[in-house]
Design a protein around this ligand. Structure first.
Ligand SMILES: *[C@@H]1O[C@H](CO)[C@@H](O)[C@H](O)[C@H]1NC(C)=O
Ligand SMILES: *[C@@H]1O[C@H](CO)[C@@H](O)[C@H](O)[C@H]1NC(C)=O
Ligand SMILES: *[C@@H]1O[C@H](CO)[C@@H](O)[C@H](O)[C@H]1NC(C)=O
Ligand SMILES: *[C@@H]1O[C@H](CO)[C@@H](O)[C@H](O)[C@H]1NC(C)=O
Length: 967
């Protein structure tokens, strides 16, 4: 046992959670074994049963069953006995996680006549022995609890009758299939039934005994509407129907379930109003109906009883009832991603710790009563139309650790009091019109990890308080881009020792570049300022830095030779300064842009030829993939198509080792994000559980499959599995792919799906994202997921997409997209697109494909013509694909229509104004003259993007500007 724990200790950091779990189970184990030894010596086991137990050990792989040396099996781990007379009998048997797969063990267990509790969870059974379903299995007569969860049982749900006393049946996380008719009928004592995570179809079953108290049917493919017969289960305390395919209105009869405490309807296709009766079930404390198509208003009094409410990502409209957030005892309210309007209610409960109202159309000001919400830990009000200033009283919410007010219309100065929220980990105020100085106290926030104040109008100098920061600062992302900050960068910036990204671009900074924090690894952006002096040679010490942008300043002198030795550098932007001398020789993979420095000479040795042409830049951009090929890769050892989705992560492959070791070996989870909301919520084993069930699939793209995973705290994440079977995924090693994901994980743009964590196994790669999926652009545009999309939504999609692409191409390390189509752009809401699958160009090696790039890059209709003869992904190629998406938005037609590529069709009609008219989607273009003229402007942009010659296509940055002008 000592050995076990020290072995766990030596596991590396990413296994932290697992290690904790291990310790926990170890202690639980100690606990139970001590309890067993501490108990009075039990009477000897009935000899028949003793021999059955001996038979059983033989069936458990090599000594995995601990502590079986005792002569009395009643003292073995997981065994409990009771004795009525002088002999005892086995009543409890727990063989969980022992790698059992041979179902003949059921034959043996069937003879343990007095068994009451049987737990065979987390093994690898793929079926149950036939005897189990017959009356000759005498064990069934007395069994009260049966747990077969987390196995790989692949069979139709058989007839489970014949357990006259069974109260608890847990069959979750297997692959039971078929529909349910009478299989669960004759279980008269049933209290708890868990069928979650199987492949069951058909109607929600209602044939179980009325004694049922807990019914969990989540993550199956049950369809139809919620049956009224469910409301006959008057003793129900827990009802979880989430993640199925349920449709229609929800019967408004919850008053018939007076004991209901938890009701989960999340992630179905339910519609109509949120049933008002839910408001009046006094015992109900948790209600989740997120990710459906509910419409109408929030029912009044919904939080009278409910303490944890999640109605996020529906189509709920109207105002938030004024008393909704006030009840004492209220804990969590999530209304993100609806169509709510009007103000935020003024009455706020002092117990509310989580309030998410982002992504609605709320207006008015942030109420100054916000200070009454003393327990608030998460506050997200982003992406609304909130106006006015940030109230002083927010400073009273001392427990806040996430504050996101981004993308609103807030103005005025930020109250100093916000700087006294010492627990803050994430502070996001970006994209507002805030002005005045940045409160110096922000730099005293000891727990702050991310500060994003970009795209506001902050003035004044960078607070000198930066110098007061001690080494304990945790700040890792500081983004002040796009403000009006003046003065010099304080020398003490180097004390921000945890900083990995520093973006100070587009301000009015002057003076010289001081010594930079040594850990900077993602981006150092000082562009578009008035910095002068020379580039300090100690920047060359930033060996982890990947992108260095010093463009558009007044820097002079020579480019220090030390820059050429920066090991991680991939992009160096020096353009538009007054640099002189010759440029050092950089390794081939570093993209150097140096235009607009008349005094600068080429340092590559080829006769001092001027390099301001940018030709080199271009050449380097287009070889990104090839470089990625050298740098990045993935272990394809035995990259065989995963044999079956239902393969359990808990399967123990090596019978000689304990389950924990096996799990440790299989779940190789890495957190990328440092956002504590995610780090605390993400549970890798849950994620793996989710991907082992194909019911959780919500999207498949050319290369990827997306699953929905619900974490133990109830939050939902998307898990993407890369279909490694494709041989074009290049051979390399996992470490390098991990590094690449870490880099992508540091990107921050609301229009890009950024990885939060990943799991690499020998056969597959899984990447975790925030789950914000409403559907893809394709779904909304072509698959009838909505009525005809109106022009403002289409324009917002185009604009957001252009922002995301511009960002990927330019703002940080350039990322090219391998597969950009309406199917790979996800919608967070009807007008907020997110670009997915950004990592593909890093891991797909075009040279591994049999044909040209056009046979692998992306989706037919989006592939630029030149890919047919080049082998390189290019930015111009991405612009082409973007142009096709614009055309889809303009025409409402798919990328290939009647066998003709949309781009070719549009180009053929682009000659005359009359013909151009025919290109536009008349359902939309005729709505108003303004819309019509805007669509014509956007059509011009689209046609430029799909120009046959890559050189003729605009850069994304210009596209973005043109789109803005077209508005
Ligand atoms: C031992 O248990 C078996 C059932 O498992 C029972 O048939 C038998 O009578 C018991 N023997 C004694 C001596 O109690
Ligand atoms: C058997 O297990 C059940 C459920 O875990 C527990 O409540 C009961 O106390 C156990 N019985 C014995 C005899 O230990
Ligand atoms: C519901 O629970 C009550 C109290 O525990 C019990 O008396 C009653 O028999 C249960 N109803 C059914 C249908 O089992
Ligand atoms: C879910 O329901 C929809 C509409 O009723 C149906 O078209 C679709 O095939 C169903 N999906 C599954 C997996 O049953």
């Amino acid at each position: 046992m000592e050995e076990r724990s020290s072995c766990s200790c030596s596991s590396s950091g990413f296994l932290l959670q697992l290690v904790l779990a291990l310790f926990l189970s170890l202690f639980l184990f100690l606990d139970s074994s001590m309890a067993a030894t501490a108990a009075p010596p039990s009477a000897p086991l009935n000899t028949t049963q003793a021999s059955i137990m001996k038979e059983l050990i033989a069936m458990v792989p090599n000594s995995a069953w601990w502590n079986t040396s005792d002569s009395n099996p009643c003292r073995w781990d997981g065994v409990n006995c009771s004795s009525s007379n002088s002999l005892s009998v086995v009543t409890n048997l727990t063989l969980s996680g022992y790698g059992l797969s041979n179902s003949s063990i059921f034959e043996t267990i069937c003879s343990l006549d007095n068994l009451q509790f049987l737990d065979l969870s987390k093994n690898s059974f793929i079926n149950l022995s036939p005897r189990f379903f017959t009356s000759s299995c005498s064990m069934k007569a007395g069994l009260r609890s049966l747990n077969l969860s987390s196995n790989s049982i692949l069979m139709p749900l058989g007839d489970f009758s014949g357990f006259p006393l069974l109260e608890v049946l847990d069959l979750s996380f297997n692959s039971f299939s078929g529909s349910i008719s009478t299989q669960l009928n004759s279980l008269p004592k049933m209290r708890s039934l868990n069928l979650s995570g199987n492949s069951l179809v058909g109607d929600v079953p209602t044939s179980m005994a009325l004694s049922l108290e807990e019914l969990v049917l989540s993550s199956n493919q049950f369809s139809g509407s919620i049956p009224k017969a469910l409301f006959n289960y008057r003793n129900l305390t827990m009802l979880d129907l989430s993640q199925n395919n349920l449709t229609g209105d929800v019967p408004d009869e919850f008053l018939k379930l007076p004991k209901l405490r938890t009701l989960i309807l999340s992630a179905n296709n339910l519609s109509g109003n949120i049933p008002g009766s839910v408001s009046n079930v006094i015992s109900l404390s948790r209600f989740a109906a997120n990710q459906n198509y509910f419409t109408g208003l929030i029912p009044s009094g919904i939080t009278k009883n409910v303490k944890m409410l999640d109605l996020s990502y529906n189509n709920i409209s109207g105002v938030i009832p004024s008393d909704m957030l006030s009840p004492v005892g209220l804990q969590s309210v999530d209304l993100t991603g609806n169509n709510l309007e009007g103000p935020i209610p003024r009455n706020l409960s002092s117990t509310l710790y989580r309030l998410r109202l982002g992504d609605n159309s709320l207006n008015g000001t942030i109420p100054n009563t916000i200070g009454d919400a003393l327990a608030l830990a998460y506050l997200e009000l982003d992406s609304n139309h909130l106006m006015g200033s940030i109230p002083l009283e927010l400073g009273k919410c001392k427990n806040l650790f996430l504050l996101n007010l981004g993308s609103n219309e807030l103005k005025g100065p930020v109250p100093d009091a916000i700087g006294s929220l010492d627990k803050l980990v994430v502070l996001k105020l970006q994209m507002n019109s805030l002005d005045g100085p940045i409160p110096s106290a922000f730099f005293g926030l000891a727990n702050l990890n991310t500060m994003n104040l970009s795209q506001n109008s902050f003035t004044g100098e960078l607070p000198r308080e930066i110098s007061k920061l001690s080494k304990k600062t945790k700040l890792s992302v500081l983004n002040l881009q796009g403000n009006k900050i003046s003065g010099s960068i304080p020398n003490s910036i180097s004390l921000l020792t945890s900083l990995i990204e520093l973006s100070l671009g587009n301000n009015a900074l002057t003076g010289i570049i001081p010594t930079m924090p040594i850990k900077l690894s993602a981006v150092l952006n000082l562009s578009h300022n008035h910095l002068s002096g020379s580039i300090p040679s100690n920047i060359g010490l930033l060996s982890d830095l990947e992108v260095l942008d010093l463009s558009y300043n007044d820097l002079s002198g020579e480019v220090p030779a030390s820059l050429a030795s920066m090991q991680s550098l991939t992009q160096l932007v020096l353009s538009y300064n007054n640099l002189s001398g010759s440029i050092p020789i950089f390794p081939g993979h570093v993209e150097v842009t140096d235009t607009g420095n008349p005094g600068l000479k080429n340092g590559t040795g080829d006769n001092g030829k001027d390099t301001t042409s940018g030709k080199r830049t271009h050449g380097i951009f287009i070889t990104v993939v090839a470089i990625a090929g050298a740098l990045v890769g993935l272990c394809l050892l035995g990259a065989i198509l995963m044999v079956s989705y239902s393969k359990r992560i808990y399967r123990v492959e090596d019978e000689g080792s304990s389950t924990e070791e096996a799990v440790a070996r299989i779940i190789n989870g890495h957190l990328i994000t440092m956002n504590s909301i995610h780090t605390s919520a993400i549970d890798f084993s849950k994620a793996m559980e989710a991907v082992s069930n194909h019911n959780n699939i919500f999207l498949k793209t050319r290369f990827c499959t997306y699953y929905k995973a619900v974490m133990p705290n109830g939050s939902t994440y998307s898990v993407k599995r890369l279909n490694w079977s494709d041989k074009i995924f290049q051979i390399g090693n996992q470490q390098k792919f991990g590094n690449e994901l870490e880099v992508l994980g540091k990107l921050s743009n609301s229009n890009v799906m950024v990885p939060l964590a990943y799991v690499l196994t020998e056969e597959n790669a899984y990447i975790l994202y925030e789950h914000m999926h409403k559907g893809t652009v394709f779904d909304f545009l072509h698959a009838g997921m909505s009525d005809v999309l109106d022009w403002p939504s289409r324009y917002s999609i185009a604009f957001g997409l252009a922002q995301g692409l511009t960002f990927l191409h330019g703002c940080t390390q350039p990322v090219l997209l391998l597969d950009l189509s309406t199917r790979t752009v996800h919608l967070k809401s009807m007008n907020e697109p997110q670009i997915g699958d950004i990592e593909l160009s890093k891991i797909v090696d075009p040279s591994k494909s049999s044909g040209s790039l056009s046979t692998i890059a992306g989706t037919v209709g989006y592939i630029p013509p030149e890919y047919a003869y080049t082998m390189r992904l290019t930015m111009a190629g991405n612009v082409y694909s973007f142009g096709v998406i614009l055309l889809e938005l303009l025409t409402g037609k798919p990328s290939v229509c009647d066998g003709i590529e949309l781009a070719k069709w549009a180009l053929s009609l682009s000659g005359s104004p009359d013909q151009r008219e025919q290109i536009l989607d008349s359902r939309v273009s005729r709505t108003s003259a303004a819309v019509h003229s805007q669509m014509l402007s956007v059509l011009n942009i689209a046609l430029a993007c799909v120009a046959l010659s890559p050189d003729a296509r605009p850069k994304m940055r210009s596209v973005l500007r043109m789109l803005l002008n077209a508005k």
